[in-house]
Design a binder for this molecule. Structure first.
Ligand SMILES: [Zn+2]
Length: 349
């Protein structure tokens, strides 16, 4: 089927691609889905421009894309919660249902997890796919296909906010105003934060952050230290929660500066090399440090919050391309236009 294929580093093509037979076999608890909208993720772009992310190396042509929504077109014999015609979004990582991690409820850290568009597993920038019912979520009418394709990145923010154990009225800081930083800020507000300080070096990105909510305070890290700003606004106490969403070792070196005593830091941004942080600054605050890897158990919560309006991701979707323009879309995404947050691709219906 016609698919967006990463042939090798720096080379994409939209071409007919033979999917392995067993990937297309509909099991009793699977559904077949006609893809509708697929978001372009930073990880897709990174595989395109670098050919690898950490230990995952593109060694054979691979279909990209993992942020997706679509329509169920066929159901396996034992499927009970979905039917043909249902609009759905899909969680892209499938763990081994019998693994120890899965049985302990931490299926996202199952070493055997198969995640779309992570070599050697193909992604879903293609007309159809087969997916387990258990990782496919029905959409209410109020949630569009475009919003539903935002559930995957949103899930990272909601998982991070959950790990932080936010309490109503907390003050939060988010370092980084990229797509993940912004969905984290929205998740922190939905979780009950009174204010969220978002810092970045790009004024354009900060303008977008600021436009999302009057409770978001944009801080340009080139002009102002976020720690000093938060301290000034909180009588010297600091923020209850800090989310690190830049993946920059320089930002990570200062994560405890804005933090209040007893506060929590959640590390979200991927670090390709070992980094150091100020353990002494963590100690005097009795800071709690959490790490997240993707997400677990949050897709239905994300769908529910989009449906109720508790979270609005529409302002983050800044450009939409036709499937035929996929290669161009990735070239544009790779150039990292400062005014774009999320670019999406729509498949022909
Ligand atoms: Zn993603």
């Amino acid at each position: 089927m016609k698919s967006l294929v990463l042939e090798r580093k720096d080379e994409l093509s939209l071409r007919d691609f033979p999917i392995e037979k067993d990937e297309e076999v509909l099991g009793p608890r699977d559904v077949r889905i006609k893809l509708h909208t697929v978001g372009i993720c930073g990880s897709d772009v990174h595989y395109y421009t670098h050919g690898r992310i950490g230990p995952f190396v593109v060694e054979a042509p691979m279909i990209l894309g993992h942020e997706a929504s679509g329509t169920v077109i066929e159901t396996g014999s034992e499927v009970t919660t979905l039917k043909e015609g249902d609009r759905v979004c899909m969680e892209p990582g499938i763990p081994d249902p019998n693994s120890k991690a899965t049985r302990l409820g931490m299926y996202n850290v199952d070493p055997a997890v198969r995640f779309w568009a992570t070599p050697p597993v193909h992604g879903i920038l293609r007309p159809t796919c087969v997916h387990p019912e258990a990782f496919t979520f029905k959409l209410p009418d109020a949630v569009s296909f475009a919003e539903a394709a935002m559930v995957e990145p949103l899930a990272v923010g909601v998982h991070a906010a959950t790990k932080a154990k936010i309490k109503p009225g907390d003050i939060a800081v988010v370092l980084g105003a990229g797509p993940i930083g912004l969905v984290t800020a929205l998740s922190a507000l939905a979780g009950g934060c009174a204010r969220v300080y978002v810092s970045d070096l790009s004024d354009k990105k900060l303008q977008i952050a600021q436009s999302l909510s009057p409770a978001i305070i944009a801080v340009n890290a080139a002009k102002e230290t976020v720690g000093e700003r938060v301290k000034a606004d909180t009588d010297g106490w600091g923020a209850d929660v800090l989310f690190e969403a830049t993946g920059s070792p320089k930002a990570a070196a200062q994560i405890f500066e804005p933090l209040a005593p007893g506060g929590c830091v959640v590390l979200i941004g991927g670090q390709s090399e070992p980094i150091s942080y100020d353990a002494g600054a963590a100690m005097v605050r009795e800071a709690r440090v959490e790490n997240i890897f993707r997400y677990a158990h949050v897709f239905p919560r994300c769908v529910a919050m989009l449906a109720s309006g508790a979270i609005d991701v529409k302002p983050l979707i800044t450009r939409t391309f036709d499937f035929d323009e996929s290669v161009k879309a990735f070239e544009i995404a790779a150039s990292a236009p400062p005014a774009d947050v999320k670019m999406q691709i729509e498949l022909p219906q």
